[in-house]
Design a protein around this ligand. Sequence first.
Ligand code: SAH
Length: 457
Amino acid sequence: MLLSLTNHGPNASDLGYLLHKHPANVHTSTLAFGEATVFYPDSPEEECTAVLLVEINPIDLVRSKGARQANWALGQYVNDRPFVASSFLSTAISRVFGTALNGTCQKHPELVDQELDLTAHLPAFPAPGGQAQLERLFAPLGYKITCQATPLDPNFPDWGESHYHDLTLRKTCTLQSLLQHLFVLIPVFDRQKHYWVGQEEIEKLLSKGEDWLQDHPERDWIVTRYLKFQRGLTRQALAQLAPETDDSEAEEEPEVEKKISLHSLRLDRVTDIVKSLTPASVLDLGCGEGKLLYRLLKNTSIPKITGMDVDSRSLEIAQERLITRPRGKYDKRLTLIQGSLIYRDARLAGHDIATLVEVIEHLDPPRLEALSRVVFECARPSHIIVTTPNIEYNVLFEGMNPGQLRHRDHRFEWTRAEFETWAHKVAKTHNYQVTFEPLGEEHPDHGAPSQIAHFSR
Ligand code: SAH
């Protein structure tokens, strides 16, 4: 079985550093079930291809219990295991490209986070659901997919196509994320894991799926198949991916906004603004379950990030997602604190930026005065980013009744003018400048669905 990885320039041969395999050599490793070889076929200068060839030992295969093809007498001897992309290939990826899969590169650590124009080619990829199934799984991850079903037998075209596909995936991303996607999704498609699936499979799945699985539209399907339909394990993994929000206060996103992915847009925009200011420290006030914190940790190298919320359940979820599960990945940069925005708090002082994403509308209007003092006077960062819904836009949301607010915990929602009046007053009182920015697609009469105020001093 083969997997080819191509880096389409510039500096295409950096692939060798990332894979920890010199392009001039042939690298052979012995695996429990056979042999893996990595080599670089003659590649033109502007691109670099590394091929992983996995050869399974047929004797071991016959003896191994997991690989036995039970429903056919000769299945042990005549089967697709030697050539089809399967859990054998995933295991080989983790053994042979382990450093790249785990995001380390000793010689050039700066390459790990670099987005490269990459292609993965798998000439025998099993997809019983055909191209549509491949699209459903890979397209949400941003891949451009090219695939061609292989005929069952080219000599007998009437027999039709097999479920094996010649698959090419292309995406600009880090090599680590490409390898993580393949590591998890190959056995999901193939389903015949060659080893016993136990508790440690959850660990593997969660660590390799950490950055993407939670938001994948086919998440449950992927988890179920990765864990070979073992109900207990599947339930456990799903619970860890999306901790149950039995406390309804922990539900942060208004349902109506989900249809236009407004919250993601908002979090991405705030992340971009924060990043462009290159701060040394950021304070996310009313951080909730830590969605903005996650983006800041992942997409920036800001060394000091603090999340604060009044709600302990939300903080527990943030703790689980950002500290407990990623084990050591973010805990040096991240601090979570519990506190209320209406009481002065010395821990809030000394930060470059404070963000309040969809927080002010959760406070009763008379409390806003206290919040302004705590944030603008006591914390007093150089920049403060505040977002809040634009109530004028609500008429455009399907299924909202007149006068209804977007979330049951919202105490108010403002028009653009109301928000600007409040912001100008606060800015003047505390000596800040303020600018405004619409968020989401603007309607000529009702404006954008959400709004941002950027205060600076
Ligand atoms: N900023 C997050 C969460 C928004 S929901 C996000 O964008 O995803 C509003 C959050 O504000 C909730 O987590 C709620 O617990 C928090 N909150 C409400 N009143 C607060 C207060 N007085 N002090 C601190 N946090 C508060």
